[in-house]
Write a protein that binds this ligand. Structure first.
Ligand code: E4P
Length: 306
């Protein structure tokens, strides 16, 4: 009997959500994603001491290149959260990452530049895509963010499941939400069906999972990025995996197409209290972890210079 992980791989491209190089090597996913919080964890791990660099961009590239040794596809490298509201600086940072990767011999086809799905981040991605720099729009919580990303022609979006689930659990003061009522899963289903129904090329990568049921209820999504502990659980189970999402089903649905200019985007996103709070909090948290990372790296390098 195949494991759930093997069965899931027949329906969706499985990605490792980790900065832990050994974990990526173990799971041999197609792609891998990192974020500032994952890099903070890895930077404190003595196994990865050799990749530390006082220049955090260089360090992110060091980790990215090492991860790429274990995946056939792409790695996502995230732009500093402080630039989330600055289109021009986000573009500069993305170009810097690509230049560092290319100088080290890694082609841009293997890199996804991760940017927060703010209006400014989406505009940066639109421009970068025209230069052949592929983007992964992250911290995506609202349908408005998804519509704007598709209209901008970005390569990939990462709609978050777990953080939406966290917000609704806290709002409803409950310990769990059943899968059939899970608003994080429902958000990805809605976005996937909308994209496929209207023929958008932007790929949907479900992210931020809290339990395997959330992942399995999205089987068929283009990609799913999964943390090592959940990959482990999927590998340990042999229960059957049904394909839930499909292009054919989506194409037969009656879903109206929408278009959002900046004012409409801001209005629609702001109408969604969960998305507004989670996007703001996500930017604050990634920034806080990046600042911690600066300190961790500076003290590690001071204690034992490379
Ligand atoms: C991946 O791209 C995201 O950064 C990640 O899935 C976020 O997960 P979290 O909500 O568990 O931090």
């Amino acid at each position: 009997m195949p494991s759930q992980l093997e069965s899931l791989k027949k329906h969706s491209l499985v990605v490792a959500d980790s900065g832990d190089i050994d974990a990526v090597a173990r799971w041999k996913p197609q792609d891998a994603t990192t974020n500032p919080s994952l890099l903070l964890a890895s930077a404190q791990d003595p196994r990865y001491r050799a990749f530390l660099d006082a220049d955090l961009d260089r360090m992110a590239v060091n980790f990215g290149r090492e991860i790429l040794k274990h995946v056939a596809g792409r790695v996502s490298t995230e732009v500093d959260a402080r630039l989330s509201f600055d289109t021009e600086k986000s573009i500069e940072k993305a170009r810097k990452f690509i230049s560092l990767y290319e100088k080290a011999g890694t082609s841009r086809e293997r890199i996804l530049i991760k940017l927060a799905s703010t209006w400014e981040g989406i505009r940066a991605a639109e421009k970068l895509e025209r230069e052949g720099i592929r983007c992964n729009l992250t911290l995506l919580f609202s349908f408005a963010q998804a519509v704007a990303c598709a209209e901008a022609g970005v390569t990939l979006i990462s709609p978050f499941v777990g953080r939406i689930y966290d917000w609704y659990k806290a709002a409803k003061k409950v310990d769990d939400l059943p899968l059939e009522e899970d608003p994080g899963v429902a958000s990805v289903v809605r976005i996937y069906n909308y994209y496929k129904r209207h023929g958008y090329k932007t790929q949907v990568m479900g992210a931020s999972f809290r339990k395997t049921g959330q992942i399995l209820n999205l089987a068929g999504c283009d990609l799913l990025t999964i943390a090592p502990d959940l990959l482990e659980k999927l590998a340990a189970s042999q229960a059957p995996v049904e394909k839930v999402l499909s292009v054919e089903k989506a194409k037969s649905m009656n879903i109206a197409k929408v278009s959002l200019d900046e004012k409409a985007f801001r209005w629609e996103h702001n109408e969604d209290a969960m998305a507004t709070e989670k996007l703001a909090e996500g930017i604050r948290k990634f920034d806080a972890d990046a600042r911690k990372l600066e300190k961790v790296v500076a003290s590690a390098l001071a204690a034992a210079p490379a």
